[in-house]
Write a protein that binds this ligand. Structure first.
Ligand code: MSP
Length: 558
């Protein structure tokens, strides 16, 4: 009992940090765009743990399983919705395990705990007087699970048929007229405008400006429908007290962020470290309106704080067209020539939050070959290998030697880069500019390769100039140590293999351990330490002339 209390209070005292991915529709198998949302959120939580190893991270993800879209997808494959949802949900779980997405909770909207949270939330909205019944008519897009104002639709000809589509998503809309429960969104316009003025509430700021402008511009800011007739949408959570109506899937889905905090059970909320408001919701730009307008309004209505921040990202395209199942141009992560960290690296290196990124297999191979295999991997092999480091050592460096070395331009350039790297990367990670952090780390490793070439350690070894060789090895190994710590949010598995190889203790891998490079530590700098010597291939090159065999894929994951 006492032990339980102690464990419990240690969780409570830790600073909570709550980051989420959107929950994924189970109407189709996951693709690269979905993985990107998850990898961005994972990198955010890994960075947070690096800078504050004591924070209590709640990292939630999961699957969005209700609604017409799912109903239709299940019937298309002749499965019962529940069975169908479980199989696709499981695919997401497996995907995240393969790509080192270390979530602490995986929520499914078909779980009882979630249904309870949604029912409670609904009652709060009703009790607050924010919901009323009305007959609703308008254009509805099943693909977007959303009503679309007439002004945001247009007529097009598809397969020789005249149809009306949403101008924003291009998905077909259909005229719907039915009794619905409505949410008084219009009452929250000013509150939302005030919330949207909060500095940095949406990152990058261009998305925040977009929403601000939209709210100012829209002369008509209507209430929204938050239920559908159960006769039409039966695969859904029923409105409490009205079996004839199903709760709108977006309201159902957004509440997942509360479900994972333990809501509405106060004991569960306390046990989970009181994680509300969420620190960051990671969302793609296609679902910004739901998270930046509807969600904060729902929360305000339920007398809860809106999220502290939304990190909004652009899309992955193929030949400049958004990857999506309906267009049939999706890239499945498992069909790429790489696994695990290599794909994470590519996604975070090439993807940015502010502009779309284009996927091509040749670009993927070029990036991982030139940066992970050549720039990083070769340096590791050289420093750890028997040719230059037969004793398997991380040799000591003395201040005087560092000062002497700094007189050479190529060494000075490297020393400066290594010293600046953690501070620069901290800034970039904090603003979710992962590509810039990676860029700095790669530039530092490049500088180290140049330094290596200029100092010619193989000649020092041949001429038995051991002390000079030690100095070169020290600097290269220190560059690798600092770079590996800094790159952990992006390539956690590769960084761990490298730090293991350098025999860096597990409790010496957080941000504070890379902020001061060895030559800034007063006095004799580091004793000579052992590393695990011998042949070490951190990341083998991929060859494009023949498709890599499955066993090569396994090796690449090392
Ligand atoms: N179920 C809703 C989210 C509810 S959250 C309360 C949903 N699901 S989704 O499966 O369609 O999308 C999930 C995430 O994947 C979104 O962040 C979306 O932006 C992202 N991506 C889907 N296709 C994408 C690309 N082609 N590129 C990058 N990310 C994109 O929306």
């Amino acid at each position: 009992m006492r032990l339980t209390l102690r464990l419990f209070s240690s969780v409570v005292q830790k600073r909570p940090f709550f980051v989420s991915t959107p929950i994924f529709y189970v109407n189709a198998a996951p693709h690269l765009g979905h993985l990107y949302s998850a990898v961005v959120a994972d990198a955010i939580q890994r960075f947070e743990k690096l800078i504050d190893p004591n924070c209590n991270v709640l990292f939630s993800t999961g699957t969005d399983e209700h609604g017409t879209k799912i109903q239709q997808a299940a019937s298309k494959v002749g499965q019962a919705p529940a069975e169908y949802c479980s199989s696709i949900s499981e695919e997401y779980r497996r995907l995240f395990a393969e790509y080192n997405v270390e979530h602490t909770d995986f929520v499914r909207t078909t779980e009882d705990r979630h249904k309870k949270a949604v029912a409670h939330f609904w009652k709060e909205l009703v009790e607050g007087g924010h919901i009323y019944k009305a007959v609703y008519s308008g254009w509805y897009s099943v693909s977007d699970e959303s009503f679309v104002p007439e002004a945001h639709t247009r007529e097009v000809v598809q397969h020789g048929r005249k149809v009306r589509v949403s101008a924003e998503s291009g998905h077909e809309v259909e005229w719907t007229e039915e009794p619905n429960y409505m949410f008084r969104l219009s009452a929250f316009r000013e509150h939302l405008q005030r919330w949207l003025k909060t500095d940095g509430v949406i990152t990058p700021s261009k998305y925040q400006k977009q929403l601000q402008e939209q709210l100012e511009r829209e002369t008509y800011f209507p209430d929204i429908s938050v239920s559908r007739p159960a006769s039409r949408v039966h695969w859904a959570i029923r409105v409490p007290g009205d079996e004839n109506q199903s709760i709108y899937v977006w309201l159902d889905a957004l509440v997942n962020y509360l479900t994972v905090t333990g809501y509405p059970d106060e004991d569960a909320v306390r046990a989970r470290g009181r994680a509300w408001p969420a620190d960051v919701h990671v969302v793609g730009k296609d679902i910004l309106k739901f998270h930046g307008v509807y969600w904060p309004a729902f929360l305000m209505a339920a007398r809860l704080h809106p999220p502290r921040r939304l990190a909004c990202h652009a899309h992955w395209t193929v030949d400049a067209v958004k990857m999506s199942k309906s267009l049939g141009n999706v890239v499945c992560p498992r069909n790429t020539p790489v696994t695990g960290d290599a794909l994470r690296y590519f996604l975070l290196r090439e993807g940015t939050l502010h502009s779309d990124a284009n996927y091509s297999e040749s670009k993927l191979i070029n990036v991982v070959n030139s940066e992970l295999a050549d720039t990083l991997g070769n340096l590791v092999s050289r420093c750890c290998g028997a040719a230059l480091n037969p004793r398997g050592e991380f040799p000591a460096l003395h201040e005087a030697e560092a000062a002497q070395l700094a007189r050479r331009d190529v060494a000075q350039a490297l020393l400066t880069r290594v010293e600046r790297l953690p501070e620069q990367c901290r800034e970039y990670y904090s603003s979710y500019q992962f590509y810039k952090a990676v860029d700095e780390a790669i530039a530092t490793l490049h500088a180290c390769n140049l330094f290596f070439e200029a100092l010619k350690p193989w000649e020092l070894r041949k001429e038995n100039r051991q002390r000079e060789l030690d100095v070169v090895l020290h600097l290269a190994l220190e560059t690798l140590r600092v770079s590996a710590i800094v790159l952990q949010p992006v390539i956690p598995q590769l960084a761990t293999s490298l730090l293991d190889r350098l025999l860096i203790p597990k409790d010496c891998r957080s941000w504070q351990h890379c902020e001061t490079p060895s030559w800034r530590v007063a006095g004799a700098i580091h004793e000579t330490k052992n590393i695990r010597g011998g042949k070490f291939l951190l990341f083998p090159r991929l060859y494009t002339d023949k498709k890599p065999a499955p066993q090569n894929k396994k090796k690449a994951a090392l």
